[in-house]
Design a protein around this ligand. Structure first.
Ligand code: NG1
Length: 532
């Protein structure tokens, strides 16, 4: 009862803006930072309930708007194993955020507690962090009010990348198990990754210096710290776009999203030919790579290229090791057709296609012994199942080749963030693989050639009218539209196109690919015209 009156009291300090409706989507809540105060307060309440429901396991709350513009912000919850919030709880989050009055909010709170048999006197534990946005500190204050109102214990990890907080959540919740994930601190994260990188690349030539565009976000200082732990005997990283104090520059004409969607270099970058470059997004959970050739032509190495590289390397290591494990890849409809062909025809690894949103990819990749998942935009990771880890740890190698391969696989599992896509960990993974293969970016790029493609954002009257099936590759509604798209696609060599409603913006996305740039552009325009 005391908790409920505290919630009602604190809630008056965080009023919900009139006329605003909120939805917990694939990226949590995300909109203008100035509209999020009440939402973040209420997320604090929900995080406390979630922890109580899970016997006091620690829940994470990350305040970030990732690749979005500087004035935006967002908030998302992290489940105990470092995974995204369980889908059924997204609906509670949305309900809490939209409760009209303080009274309605306490009623919702009680209703969730009662319907899920949650004891409100049991312990609740929450950890949180934020990115570098100007609206962050005020939102943290709102979150603390929510946690205090709900009588939760909490720890403020201050400024972190999103994947660092996922790592810490998993570390805390596995600390007392037989397989602790690591030390639950930022320091522990650097040490774990640095040690794994040193082991994986031991005896290989030192990689060329890599230049990383940190989108003027949190990834900049964190990458420098990580590189310091790795040591310049192993790796030289040149971090650019690292002005975190110039808040208006966050993600502005730089960063992973800009480079991937514009298919061009970050503003002002003057790359040397055939050297490797990378761009992070604003909270460092995504990465894309690129280089220019002699003619200064830009070549993008996106999430599909990372997935293919990782799948190839791990598949070969598994074959060398003699351990009976299957590697599989999870993609979305946005994966370039050439990458899927390369994976299935050349590498002969199984592919699963899921709807957009990393939680879908993450779950699907848990079904493989080793599941590689990446969205084309560079968000992804590689998951080693518990049984794969046990098989590797207990394997008795018959020769040094097998022993080496098993040791490398085990170090890769430590190097790769097992909770969520992590730009810093993925960066090290790619560098380690390239150094094993003695490849530069152009050799990596040669594995397959992307089909030219175009992604178009179309604003429509009602995006909810667009319903899909078959992992978003076919429209079922509006009726008849898919047949019209199919008829257009048929006219193009290697043509493929699909339409789906965005989960993060009020728009519909049209994707098209075809044998030539001209045809891909034309197909995208023609399909977009069908929507008008
Ligand atoms: P939507 O807006 O649903 O297309 C976008 C990205 C996703 C994912 C989410 C979450 C594309 C085409 N879509 O989703 O891959 O990253 O944002 O941030 O890149």
């Amino acid at each position: 009862q005391q908790q409920l009156s505290q919630i009602a009291k604190f809630s008056t300090l965080h009023p919900r803006p009139d006329g605003q409706t909120y939805a917990y989507g694939t990226a949590g809540f995300r909109l203008l930072g100035s509209l999020l105060d009440s939402v973040v307060f209420r997320v604090g309440l929900l995080a406390a309930l979630r922890s109580r429901k899970l016997d006091g396991e620690t829940i994470g709350v990350m305040i970030t708007a990732s690749h979005n513009p500087p004035d935006d912000n967002g908030v998302k919850l992290i489940d105990p194993q470092g995974e995204m919030l369980e889908a059924t709880w997204e609906a509670y989050a949305t309900k809490f955020a939209n409760a009209e009055t303080d009274d309605e909010l306490t009623k919702e709170y009680l209703a969730v507690a009662e319907s899920l048999n949650i004891n409100l006197d049991s312990p609740a534990n929450v950890v949180f962090a934020r990115d570098t946005r100007a609206s962050g500190p005020a939102l943290v204050a709102a979150l603390k009010d929510g946690l205090e109102a709900a009588a939760a214990e909490y720890a403020d990890y201050r400024i972190l990348t999103t994947p660092q907080l996922h790592y810490i959540v998993k570390c805390i919740n596995t600390a007392k198990t037989a397989t602790p994930y690591g030390h639950p601190s930022e320091q522990g994260y650097y040490e774990k990754l640095a040690t794994a990188f040193q082991i994986v690349t031991k005896g290989k030539p030192k990689p060329h210096v890599i230049t990383v565009d940190a989108a003027n976000g949190v990834g900049g200082p964190k990458l420098k710290e990580l590189a310091r732990h790795i040591g310049s005997d192993y790796l030289d990283v040149n971090v650019v776009k690292d002005e975190i104090d110039a808040v208006e520059k966050l993600n502005y004409q730089c960063g992973a999203d800009f480079v991937k969607t514009q298919q061009k270099l970050p503003l002002g970058l003057q790359p040397a030919p055939y050297e490797l470059y990378a761009s992070l997004d604003g909270d460092a959970d995504r990465i894309v790579f690129y280089y220019v050739d002699d003619a200064k032509k830009f070549h993008l190495l996106d999430g599909d290229k990372i997935a293919s590289l990782a799948a190839m390397f791990i598949r070969d290591l598994i074959a060398l090791s003699g351990v009976d494990l299957q590697v599989g890849v999870v993609q979305t409809a946005y994966a370039n057709g050439s990458s899927s062909k390369y994976l299935s025809d050349i590498l002969q690894v199984p592919i699963t296609v899921t709807p957009t949103g990393v939680k879908h990819l993450h779950h699907a990749s848990q079904l493989f012994d080793v599941g590689v998942y990446f969205e084309a935009n560079g968000h992804g990771t590689v998951l080693f199942s518990n049984s794969a880890m046990k098989a590797l740890e207990s394997f008795e190698a018959q020769n040094p080749g097998q022993q080496d391969a098993v040791a490398t696989l085990l170090s890769l599992a430590a190097l790769i963030n097992q909770t969520v896509g992590d730009a810093l960990s993925d960066l090290l993974l790619v560098i380690a693989i390239l150094s094993h293969k003695a490849w530069g970016p152009s050799e990596w790029n040669l594995t397959y050639t992307d089909l030219p493609n175009r992604l178009v954002r179309v604003v429509v009257r009602d995006r909810t009218a667009f319903k899909t099936e078959d992992a978003e590759r076919k429209l079922v509604e509006p009726k008849g539209l898919q047949a019209e798209i199919d008829a257009l696609v048929k006219k193009y060599k290697s043509g493929r196109s699909f339409v789906r409603a965005s989960g993060t913006e009020d728009a519909v996305r049209v994707y098209a690919e075809a044998a030539t740039r001209l045809e891909a552009d034309e197909l995208a325009v023609k399909v977009s015209d069908l929507l008008k």
